[in-house]
Write a protein that binds this ligand. Structure first.
Ligand code: NAI
Length: 544
């Protein structure tokens, strides 16, 4: 992208989309009225990146680093992405979880400037008008939240905006989705967080959350405005309360290009872990039996996607669901239990009562256990030993976040299984030395999935985002793990090569989109090259 003709001189230096700072060449300085506005030296972007690394080194506190990077994004977008993409594994935790959680909690106190659109429900009837204030004509990706269930932190009102901003930074840094085609949005429908409403610095609407028909009419107005103004745009719903998240996804998933990362991306990354694990244990997905500790949103979402993936291997969906079991705070979920949700019912099977999770393991004989209970330490020694008696290579996935809630640590899983566990967790763990071997635990991070889905949608102008696209992305992630990595216990690709992993997954998903007739562009001869041609690189264009 080159700046509009009128953008030159001082204004050019202050437009983050086009600013190059000290990298403006002398010819550009002469031609664009920049002479005298910059110090003498012309520096390339590598020098600028090195300077940012040094500046970050000097900051001790992660929130301050986040704010520094956020300021950089507002000053020089290309340099911001060059920094992120110089070492994604290092910068992801600074621009997204865990640091973004604190940034959202303190949003009103650390507020300096922001990116994106705030749509208050008081502007109902005028959403299209507000959206037209955004300066770009073409948008392909919106991440939108209403701030009600931000990470595990609850209702943060407009402070939730940190999540769409951070997530979209990862779409770009991890898969090359061009930043100018993305937009973070907050639907401000009020907050039920009384502390926020009473905080004089709070920036959002000071009212209780709007619910019911009025809320859904507002969401409808937003979706219609996006469809009208940006018909190729995919909408990703993020961190809505569960009851709204499912209702919204069900309402729009068969009508527009849309998905919910908390529900579908999360399930896909867990499925990717399972596909990776069975490359070690050597049995087909449809031969696995999975027992979940937890029967909530994460468990049922993952169980459903695993079932659909098992069905692709020839099982009926009922047979597949029959291989997925839930064990929640009341014990094993069996057929006929009162009060089951519609999401739990498919995974409630006939079974005699069991007294404990260990007894459930001994009776059901799962090949994998997945912890999504939010409760730490429930995968105790007895649990891991029971799994290890039944399975030569037990699959142990404690996925509850953050680290302090993990159902077990990597060290515990490897030592209690005598080094036989195939382990991955929701939060990262350091490598573990056990019995003369170094094990590298994998982290089931959604970042393996959503940026790749984003790039595939962009390159194909997909009409819909389907469950099979997530299954395909999961397979594509798992197939990239090398034999050496599998030998060290790693079942996800290393985060340091996330861009390559995402490009591969995006290509596989794009192929599926073409195969299924969901693309709005003709199928190119070389899908991989086509996908790559859309990927943004943080390189300054020449303006003269
Ligand atoms: P939720 O609150 O909907 O469900 C929690 C479930 O755990 C409930 O069914 C509850 O009955 C059960 N539970 C609570 N205490 C228990 C106990 N002592 N024994 C057995 N079951 C118990 O929560 P949600 O949304 O399903 O998330 C669960 C966890 O999974 C969170 O920590 C979340 O961070 C994590 N998660 C991690 C992901 C990842 O790493 N990719 C993806 C999605 C979720």
């Amino acid at each position: 992208m080159t700046p509009a003709k009128h953008l030159r001189g001082y204004a050019l230096l202050h437009d983050a989309r086009f600013n190059k700072g000290s990298a403006f060449t002398q010819a550009e300085r002469d031609a664009l009225g920049l002479d005298g506005l910059l110090p003498d030296q012309v520096q390339d972007i590598q020098v600028q990146v090195a300077r940012v690394h040094n500046q970050l080194e000097a900051i001790a506190d992660d929130l301050q680093k986040y704010l520094f990077l956020s300021d950089l994004q507002g000053r020089n977008q290309t340099l911001f992405y060059a920094v992120l993409m110089s070492d994604p594994a290092r910068f992801m935790p600074l621009v997204y979880t865990p640091t973004v959680g604190e940034a959202c909690q303190k949003f009103d106190h650390v507020f300096r400037g922001t990116r994106g659109l705030y749509l208050p429900i008081t502007a109902k009837g005028r959403v299209r008008e507000l959206m037209k204030n955004w300066p770009e004509d073409d948008l392909r990706f919106i991440v939108v939240t209403d701030g009600e269930r931000i990470l595990g932190l609850g209702d943060l009102g407009v402070g939730g905006m940190g999540i769409p901003i951070g997530k979209l930074a990862l779409y770009t840094a991890c898969a090359g989705v061009p930043p100018d085609l993305t937009l973070p949005v907050t639907l401000d429908v009020g907050t039920n967080n009384q502390d926020l409403r009473e905080d004089p610095l709070y920036l959002g609407l000071r009212q209780e959350r709007v619910r019911g028909a009025e809320y859904h009419a507002f969401v409808d107005e937003f979706v219609s405005a996006v469809q009208e103004l940006y018909p190729k745009c995919c909408i990703q719903w993020e961190d809505f309360a569960n009851f709204n998240a499912y209702a919204i996804l069900d309402r729009y998933r068969d009508q527009i290009c849309t998905y919910n990362d908390d529900i579908q991306g999360t399930a896909a990354v867990a499925l990717a872990g399972l596909y990776g694990a069975i490359r070690i244990s050597g049995r087909k997905l449809s031969e696995q039996t999975v027992l979940f500790l937890g029967g909530g949103a994460a468990a049922t979402g993952i169980a459903e996607l695993i079932s659909e993936a098992m069905a692709l291997e020839g099982l009926t969906i009922e047979q597949a669901r029959g291989r997925n079991w839930l064990y929640d705070i009341q014990g094993l979920i069996t057929a006929g239990r009162d009060g089951l949700t519609d999401f739990q019912k498919p995974f409630s099977h006939e079974h005699p009562a069991v007294a404990s999770f260990v007894e459930a393991i001994e009776s059901i004989k799962p090949t994998a256990i997945v912890g999504v209970s939010t409760v730490p330490k429930l995968f105790n020694r007895a649990v891991i030993e029971a799994m290890s008696r039944i399975n030569p290579r037990p699959i142990i996935f404690p996925y509850s976040n953050p680290t302090s809630h993990s159902e077990c640590t990597a060290q515990e899983a490897y030592s209690w299984s005598a080094g036989r566990a195939i382990f991955a967790s929701g939060s990262p763990f350091d490598p573990v030395d056990f019995a003369g071997k170094t094990f590298i635990p994998g982290q089931g991070n959604n970042v393996y999935i959503f940026p790749a889905i984003g790039l595939a949608v962009l390159a194909t102008e997909a009409r819909r985002v389907t469950q099979q696209m997530f299954i395909c992305a999961a397979q594509a992630v798992a197939e990239q793990v090398t034999q050496d990595q599998l030998d060290s216990g790693l079942i996800y690709p290393p985060q340091s090569r996330i861009l390559e992993a995402s490009l591969h997954a995006a290509t596989r998903v794009a192929q599926l989109v073409f195969d299924h007739g969901l693309a709005r562009v003709p199928r190119p001869a070389d899908v991989a090259a086509h996908v790559r041609s859309f990927a943004y690189a943080p390189v300054y264009p020449s303006y003269v």
